[in-house]
Design a binder for this molecule. Structure first.
Ligand code: GLA
Length: 383
């Protein structure tokens, strides 16, 4: 089990001195509101109980020295003065990018040593990238006396992913990682920047939210993500609106009438998904988990058929989960592999997990990893 003590010991082993502190930030599950955060939509993620832990201390070498317990033989050293966007998608860039973003925003962040341990499985669609970015934001701020302001920090972390790492993501993952709270999901309006914690404790209703990590990672994902984003921007341009958030459900038919079928299906997903996020908030407040499950199912159908970001492994997991009694199930995150979630009665967890594993074995898919996920606290200093 990895935690703050493990990574502090890892730092001791490597550097022969204690770290100045340990900081951590979680991955996220998105309950609902997928592929809406880059077109001013609403999203409803929560921080999860898997985190990137970082033990760190300043150094006097003006170098960013990055090591990971997952890669014991690698030492990445980047002179602070040479931090600059590189678009190389290297794992260490999720760390270096945040240091760059803070410096680029005018903060006097200099050299530091960091040893990290990430318990968010990489490639699982659960945002190990945001966990690394947000933990680094706190490390660099903590070591160099930069006051932490969670929402602007989340946007800086997104900026580092966009520019330094070179991934054109929205701001959902970083906001969830930075601002999540145990026992709640984060209702985040990316247009207004409003963030609200909505109590979300399925266990209190005898339910559990399962993560099904398909372990499938499709190589095309990055390019396909960028294409979806471009399609949404092109549709907004043709409709004469700043973003698809300006199209309401009752204006959908008129919008679709003026677009070709391909752009139209993108718009239909985004507009109906925004409506499902608002409806999910109401369902949660009313404790109506049957309705929430229905919305999760509808979200998956829209992502699969209209937005076309699902994958066979996700569809099989979702179908098997539903057949085995889930109230609802959907892919979560960017798609093209990664993870699905399923809302299920606690006593049905075993049956559902068996059903998904059986369906995977029948298809010859790699065995999925399935666990109960708990809404957890966002980024913080551990010690
Ligand atoms: C990825 C991105 C997010 C968001 C989701 C899809 O996780 O990083 O910004 O766009 O995909 O909802």
């Amino acid at each position: 089990m990895s935690d703050a003590a493990t990574v502090a010991q890892g730092f001791m082993d490597v550097h022969g001195r204690a770290p100045a502190g340990v900081w951590s930030a979680p991955g996220r599950v998105n309950l609902i509101g997928e592929h809406t955060d880059y077109t001013e939509g609403v999203v409803f993620p929560f921080a999860i109980d898997r985190r990137a832990f970082m033990a760190a201390d300043r150094n006097n070498d003006d170098v960013l020295r990055i090591q990971s317990l997952q890669r014991p033989d690698e030492v990445i050293e980047i002179p602070i003065a040479e931090l600059a966007p590189r678009s190389d998608h290297h794992w260490s860039s999720y760390v270096a990018g945040s240091a760059w973003a803070l410096r680029d925003a005018g903060h006097d962040v200099r050299g530091f040593d960091v040893v990290l341990d990430c318990t968010v499985p990489s490639g699982s669609g659960l945002s190990s990238s945001a966990a690394l970015e947000c933990a680094t934001m706190l490390v660099a701020a903590g070591l160099y006396g930069v006051p932490v302001d969670p929402f602007p920090f989340a946007l800086l972390a997104q900026r580092s992913e966009n520019l330094y790492v070179g991934v054109p993501c929205g701001s959902m993952d970083q906001t969830a990682s930075m601002m999540g709270k145990a026992g709640s999901a984060l209702f985040y309006d990316t247009q207004s920047g409003d963030v609200a914690h909505e109590p979300f404790e399925p266990g209190a209703a005898g339910l559990a939210l399962l993560v099904i990590d398909t372990r499938a990672h499709h190589a095309l994902a990055d390019g396909e993500y960028a294409k979806r984003r471009q399609a949404c921007e092109e549709a907004a341009r043709q409709l004469g609106v700043p973003s698809l958030r300006h199209i309401a459900v009752d204006g959908l038919d008129a919008a679709l009438a003026s677009l070709d079928a391909d752009l139209g299906r993108h718009v239909r997903h985004v507009v109906t998904e925004n409506a499902r996020v608002f409806a999910s908030r109401i369902a949660l407040r009313e404790g109506d988990y049957v309705e929430l499950g229905r919305l999760l199912d509808a979200s998956h159908a829209s992502l699969k058929d209209d937005f076309r970001v699902s994958a066979d492994e996700l569809d099989v997991a979702v179908e098997a989960a539903r057949s085995a009694g889930a109230l609802g199930a959907r892919m979560t995150g960017g798609g093209f592999g990664g993870s699905a979630i399923a809302l299920v009665a606690i006593e049905g967890i075993g049956e559902l997990s068996d059903a998904v594993r059986r369906a995977y074995a029948e298809r010859g898919f790699e065995e999925p990893s399935i666990w109960v996920v708990e809404p957890s606290d966002g980024a913080h200093q551990d010690s």
